[in-house]
Design a protein around this ligand. Structure first.
Ligand code: MG
Length: 328
């Protein structure tokens, strides 16, 4: 009898362990509703959160990758914890085809939610402050649709250009869009673009927007932007803001040219040190260095090792090493 009971208990423990193994917690189950505190993003339970994942390419030009199978593949095979949906605004994007572009965004957000990962809804524009009404309309709709879900972050202005003003152009635009979002969603994180293709986080830190759950974007291309930009980030963080690298490349600022492993590695170390979340640019098969896959790779994922570009291999390795342990 004793032996039987022991066997029964042992069996139960084993099957419990097995069940746990079969259903690891998704990253959203683990971290829940995110919030900003000082330099950091915190989970609902107080952990410091560093998300790592992929950015999609402009939706109007790489729409074929905007499908649920691709999201599942990136979660399962690449171990992403966040995906950035880069909805093109100008140049044949949302302003011209709002129905089509929104459909792509919603398919991707729904897939991210189904897969338990975080998702950035990115208004991928270089001139959004010139035409704020469509942005307000868009974010009113998405915050109403998704604001109750912990998965969603709103990136309201991808890359403001150089020759405008944070104080007079970008900040007022940001506050107007945030006001609209907050009318539906009091708490999900907003990501603000900064001047000069989202590099000059320092001037935003000196005059931040009035919203407690807002972070600021820093974008870099490792072969072009090095220590001086990390110094800019450090100085901004010393003033108290939280930075999110919603887009970076392993190569030159053009998205092409040299793949610089050492320079990217220096950025990985920096981002790990300060728990800065990141998305790599990009999920694309365009023939350029930043693309993670070669032309002709399947749009649904299921890539073979030989489908990956050198940048794709490098980024996937980093995701496996850093995110892998979180997803067990
Ligand atoms: Mg919310």
């Amino acid at each position: 009898m004793k032996k039987f009971l022991f066997g029964l208990c042992f069996g139960m423990v084993l099957s419990l362990a097995h069940a746990q193994q079969e259903t690891p917690k998704s990253i959203v189950e683990r971290y829940g509703q995110l919030r900003v505190k000082g330099n950091y993003i915190l989970s609902q339970y107080g952990d410091t959160v560093q998300l790592r994942g992929m950015s999609m390419f402009w939706s109007q030009w790489m729409g074929k990758f905007y499908n649920p199978s691709l999201v599942k593949w990136l979660k399962d095979d690449w171990k992403i914890t966040v995906i950035r949906i880069a909805m093109g605004v100008e140049s044949g994007g949302y302003l011209d085809n709002s129905f089509e572009e929104k459909k792509k965004v919603y398919a991707m957000v729904d897939a991210a939610v189904a897969n338990g990962i975080y998702v950035i809804i990115d208004y991928h524009s270089h001139e959004a402050h010139m035409n704020p009404e469509p942005a307000k309309k868009f974010f009113l709709e998405v915050s109403k649709k998704y604001g109750h879900l912990p998965n969603v972050l709103y990136e309201i202005y991808n890359e403001p250009l150089q020759d405008i003003s944070w104080h007079k152009d970008i900040k007022p635009y940001s506050e107007a869009v945030i006001k609209v979002i907050r009318s539906n969603d009091p708490d999900n994180i907003v990501i603000c673009g900064t001047r000069q293709w989202s590099q000059l986080v320092g001037e935003a830190a000196m005059n931040p927007v009035k919203d407690s759950n807002t972070v600021y974007t820093l974008h870099f291309y490792a072969a072009s932007h090095g220590q001086y930009l990390r110094d800019e980030a450090k100085a901004a963080m010393a003033k108290g803001i939280c930075i999110f690298v919603s887009e970076f490349g392993t190569c030159e600022y053009t998205g092409n040219g040299t793949l610089d492993y050492m320079a990217t590695q220096a950025w990985f170390e920096f981002m790990d040190q300060y728990k800065i979340s990141w998305c790599n640019w990009s999920v694309s098969d365009k023939e350029e260095t930043a693309s993670i896959i070669k032309p002709g790779a399947k749009s649904s994922g299921k890539w073979r090792p030989e489908d990956l570009t050198p940048s794709g291999e490098f980024i996937r390795d980093e995701l496996w090493i850093k995110n892998g342990p979180l997803l067990k």
